[in-house]
Design a protein around this ligand. Structure first.
Ligand SMILES: *[C@@H]1O[C@H](CO)[C@@H](O)[C@H](O)[C@H]1NC(C)=O
Length: 332
């Protein structure tokens, strides 16, 4: 009887010490994680930004000029934009062109692919294009309906940072873009990548001195690390987090076009993604946070309140006015 009691007692003691051990380890982990989340400098050397953008013109400002045209880029740069966001494809004769879609139907009315035509054969843009991130909005451009070469953008705006979306997983395209960035001495003025992780990996491998953005799988990984408390311990190769603000989807589609489940999903994505403490941690590590594609003042306000570094917009004038009125200064 007595021995049995001691055994139970011993087992109880072991259980207790295991529980105390687990509890202290978990507490220790949580405290360390919280501390490093707030002070990442204790573990990671801060990445030095070679430029910082607050005001980013999406496709050059697709709401004010035809997207991805020289006229759009010029207008945005004249306005004082900090960065041009644009998209690249490769033509049949291996020229890097600035254009969003692989197929030219939406923008030019011609149902062919950029990769099937030589640069000289590319059709012009239609004079009126839908603005992807603004509901029921069309942009009527001016004279400039030409698809430009990436080289022309680099030549015209040698000091403006450019965000390059590599639209296709094509080694030649990646190589050519890297060559152009090097040739025009713009490694310190460029960020490149795509939502596809294969493309970002290839970009980084091709030229690790050009900063890359987080691909979609890497954004999901980042969130996983953040919510398990592991993020502060993990080194990151990307220098830019470029994410949508999920709440704009309801505005874009019209609230009545979405069913309950879709609305719930958007709400959840918005809560998970739009985290002030996540943005603060990343920006403290020298990783910039850009939010796309915002075209309303309330969304500009929300993004800057959350601590985003910059906002991508189709309406550069609107964002400029907002920043001027609210004293959001240009980065140093
Ligand atoms: C890359 O693009 C070029 C030009 O459009 C094309 O000739 C080539 O086949 C593409 N390569 C791959 C791997 O898709």
């Amino acid at each position: 009887m007595l021995t049995l009691n001691t055994t139970i007692l011993r087992n109880k003691q072991t259980e207790m010490s295991v529980a105390v051990y687990i509890l202290s380890t978990v507490t220790g982990y949580m405290l360390t994680s919280a501390l490093l989340l707030k002070c990442p400098g204790l573990l990671h050397r801060r990445r030095k930004e070679t430029f910082i953008s607050r005001h980013i013109s999406h496709r050059g400002g697709a709401g004010e000029n035809l997207e991805n045209t020289m006229a759009a880029f010029k207008h945005a740069v004249d306005l004082g934009t900090d960065m041009l966001e644009l998209d690249c494809h490769l033509t049949k004769d291996e020229q890097v062109v600035v254009s969003h879609d692989a197929n030219l139907e939406r923008c030019t009315g011609t149902d062919t692919r950029v990769s099937e035509l030589a640069y000289s054969e590319l059709p012009s843009y239609l004079c009126k294009l839908g603005v992807t991130f603004q509901r029921e909005c069309f942009c009527e451009g001016g004279e400039d309906t030409r698809i430009p070469l990436l080289r022309e953008v680099f030549e015209a705006f040698p000091y403006t940072p450019v965000n390059i979306d590599i639209k296709v997983n094509n080694d030649t395209l990646i190589k050519k873009v890297s060559e152009l960035v090097v040739k025009y001495d713009r490694e310190h003025l460029t960020v490149w990548g795509n939502s596809n992780n294969q493309i970002v990996k290839k970009c980084y491998k091709e030229n690790p001195s050009i900063p890359v953005l987080f691909s979609l799988p890497r954004v999901l990984q980042l969130l996983g690390l953040f919510y398990t408390g592991l993020l502060p311990f993990v080194p990151l190769k990307e220098q830019f987090l470029e994410i949508p603000m999920p709440s704009i989807i309801s505005k874009l589609r019209g609230p009545n076009r979405l069913n309950r489940r879709q609305r719930l999903l958007i709400w959840l994505a918005d809560i998970l993604l739009m985290r002030k403490s996540l943005f603060k941690h990343l920006t403290d590590r020298g990783i910039q946070v850009y939010i796309w594609v915002l075209n309303d003042e309330e969304d500009f306000q929300r993004a800057f309140d959350l601590g985003a570094t910059g906002v991508m917009t189709d309406f550069p004038t609107r964002l400029k006015d907002f920043m001027d009125r609210n004293g959001i200064s240009k980065p140093q």
